[in-house]
Ligand binder design. Structure first.
Ligand code: FEO
Ligand code: CA
Ligand code: CA
Ligand code: CA
Length: 657
């Protein structure tokens, strides 16, 4: 990568602000307001349940996303917190085993097409389409056979969020060509792999009739109100109903009927427009800067000057049926268009589906979708239509600890032609603009959201960081985002009214203000004892009710500056309400930790190591791909590889106990 190109590398999700709306931010509250009572205390470990014995009920793979009644285990942590690490390895507590398992370039397992990874990155474009993509991210487990709780045999579905051309090619972006762009497109998207424990060791089953790679060129259907909209129509798809591919798939969700949700996050990084930008394009971070991807130079689909509506066909949540490799993935426009981080699924009191979603950019919002129709445990085909119609809401966090879900419905609250909306489908394409109009709360980069499996209506969201909070011209601090220059991030919690995810009101508090234990904000005292961390990102409950947190400190900051001495990115566990964290895992150099999938027996944990070896400026020098890391292979002519890691206990016990 040449230096000028590096300078233009777009990292809109990290550095830019697209939200210049005048939405209120409840200024002037700041730390004084954040007395101890603002912190979560005992919400999830109320005395009535804390004394119950461990109640680990194996459930169907997806059951932890749905209401599990009143069984509430007395979750506890039985491992000793490990020290921070700067080693180029994965470290876990004594008695645990962590093994890289499905690395970038490993064959996905297609019958008759299992190309081996070549460490010098010389695999062809076609071979890459049959191998694991790069930059593993969100991930979910689906038991085999379907509708059973099998913990030894299942499908893992995982995202390949983005690519690094300096790692993907021996010569980086030199000799640029349509074929090189296509290899990158084949290294993004989603993997479906079949995994099985054989003689006590987890293996990828190859070949597998379930194995699948979904790429930036896989045909998908559009559903919901934005299907057929003029803004969705292109020359290649004049009806606005069929899209090629998904990309920049960050975190994920999964449904009670056994489908995977993949979320399109930093898709605007791919598109380039040299002509003047429209307000809609600006609001979504499209720019005229050249990018490190360079697809727009050789594939007109990604040049907005050539294909103006193509960006509107990205920024959605995509539903994939992993049990049917011939199924067509569907982009559900009813869930809104933004930079989708993840999709946390639960069931409302009246059995509808609620999905919580963050928009990960500085000063963006938190959303909720509630389906029109009810979940029917015995009718999978009917459930397959649940995400095609419903109501989308955006969150307002009031400074008195209350909150409101504001509906984004055409014709209500100013969401009409006067503010530039033609109809509901048009509004959903412009979701961010609609959220601006109704007065949503600007947050410090919403990442993952987790639903407490034992307390329906109790939600947690990582707000990873926001160094611009409080700067002149940017939003000031507010009660829900209480820190100026929020470089360590925080984790917010809310309880829906009547514990019902369909509610339109909630109460919120803060689980933890992340940071340094030796230099903690006075307001954070007590919220984060045990192990320090910053930039929380991945967040999920296990089947016991333990909350797991993964960090994504940017490569330009790892173990430096404010993060000096905090080591490589890590994974921690907490029992909500305990105000105590234990460090469970540290990753290799230059990586982030992401993706969380437990087997139904809680005895195997799969996580993902993303972008090991990423240098501080984000782009690998193809002449020296091993400059930062050579994990996990340590091959002399190799390169670091994102990988799924399988974690078990040597004694076969339950993870975390
Ligand atoms: Fe892809 Fe917001 O992390
Ligand atoms: Ca993330
Ligand atoms: Ca992140
Ligand atoms: Ca990432």
């Amino acid at each position: 990568m040449s230096r000028p190109l590096k300078a233009f590398f777009k990292q809109a999700h990290r550095n830019d602000i697209s939200n210049h709306s005048a939405n209120p931010a409840f200024s002037g509250i700041a730390e004084a307001y954040l007395s101890r009572r603002r912190f979560l205390q005992g919400v999830a470990i109320a005395g009535a349940t804390a004394s119950l014995p461990l109640l680990l009920t194996p459930r169907r793979a997806v059951a932890d996303a749905v209401r599990t009644g009143l069984s509430s285990p007395a979750a506890s942590l039985g491992f000793a917190s490990i020290p921070v690490s700067t080693a180029d390895s994965v470290t876990v507590p004594e008695g645990y085993i962590a093994r890289p398992f499905y690395r970038w370039g490993d064959p996905v397992g297609l019958a008759g097409n299992q190309p081996a990874f070549r460490p010098d990155a010389s695999n062809s474009t076609e071979e890459q389409a049959a191998q694991a993509g790069m930059h593993h991210d969100g991930m979910a487990w689906f038991s085999l056979p379907h509708h059973q709780d099998n913990a030894d045999h299942g499908l893992l579905v995982l995202n390949h969020e983005y690519i690094d051309n300096g790692m993907l090619f021996r010569d980086g972006t030199a000799n640029w060509s349509p074929d090189k762009a296509r290899k990158g497109q084949n290294a993004m998207g989603v993997s479906v792999i079949e995994v099985q424990k054989q003689d006590g060791e987890w293996q990828v089953v190859r070949p597998s009739s379930y194995a699948r790679r979904i790429t930036v060129n896989t045909a998908m259907q559009l559903t919901g109100p934005a299907r057929h909209q003029p803004l969705m129509q292109t020359a290649a798809d004049p009806g606005g109903e069929r899209v090629l591919g998904t990309m920049q798939n960050c975190a994920n969700g999964y449904t009670p009927w056994g489908t995977y949700l993949t979320c399109e996050e930093n898709w605007s990084d791919i598109f380039v427009k040299h002509a003047a930008l429209t307000p809609l394009e600006k609001r979504y971070g499209i720019s005229g800067h050249d990018t490190s991807y360079r697809w727009n130079e050789v594939d007109a689909r990604f040049s907005v000057d050539s294909t103006p509506n193509e960006p509107n066909r990205f920024g959605w949540v995509v539903e994939i049926d992993p049990y049917d490799p011939a199924s067509t993935p569907r982009k559900h426009t009813a869930l809104g268009r933004f930079k989708h981080e993840g999709a946390a699924v639960t069931v409302t009191a009246d059995q509808r589906i609620a999905i919580y979603m963050g928009d990960d950019q500085k000063f963006e919002y938190i959303y909720k979708f509630v389906s029109d129709n009810r979940y029917q445990p015995d009718d999978r085909q009917a459930n397959m239509q649940l995400l095609t119609s419903g109501t989308l809401y955006v969150a307002r966090f009031n400074d008195d600890g209350s909150g409101d879900w504001l509906p984004l419905v055409f014709g209500e609250n100013g969401l009409d032609a006067g503010n530039g909306f033609e109809n509901q489908g048009d509004l959903l394409i412009k979701t961010r603009l609609a959220a601006d109009v109704v007065g949503a709360t600007k947050m410090d980069r919403p990442e993952w959201i987790a639903v407490d499996p034992h307390h329906p209506g109790s939600l947690y969201c990582t707000l990873t960081n926001n160094s611009d909070r409080g700067k002149p011209g940017a939003a000031p601090v507010d009660a829900a985002n209480p820190r100026a220059n929020n470089q360590f991030g925080h984790i917010i919690h809310w309880d829906e009214a009547q514990a019902d995810p369909a509610a339109t009101r909630f109460r919120w508090d803060i689980l933890a203000l992340a940071g340094r234990t030796d230099n903690r904000d006075s307001a954070a005292q007590g919220s984060m004892q045990g192990a320090e961390f910053g930039s929380p990102d991945g967040l999920a409950f296990d089947h016991r009710g333990v909350l797991w947190v993964q960090t994504d400190v940017s490569s330009s900051t790892i173990n430096q500056k404010a993060y000096q001495g905090m080591g490589n990115n890590q994974m921690l566990a907490t029992v909500p309400g305990s105000n105590t964290f234990r460090r469970f895992l540290c990753g290799p150099r230059g990586c982030e930790i992401t993706g969380i999938a437990f087997t139904p027996d809680n005895r195997t944990l799969f996580i993902n190591i993303q972008h090991p070896g990423e240098p501080g400026d984000g782009i690998t020098d193809p002449a020296n791909p091993r400059a930062v890391s050579n994990w996990p292979d340590n091959h002399p002519d190799g390169r670091p590889r994102s990988a799924t890691v399988v974690i078990t206990r040597a004694d076969g016990g339950i993870i975390g106990t």
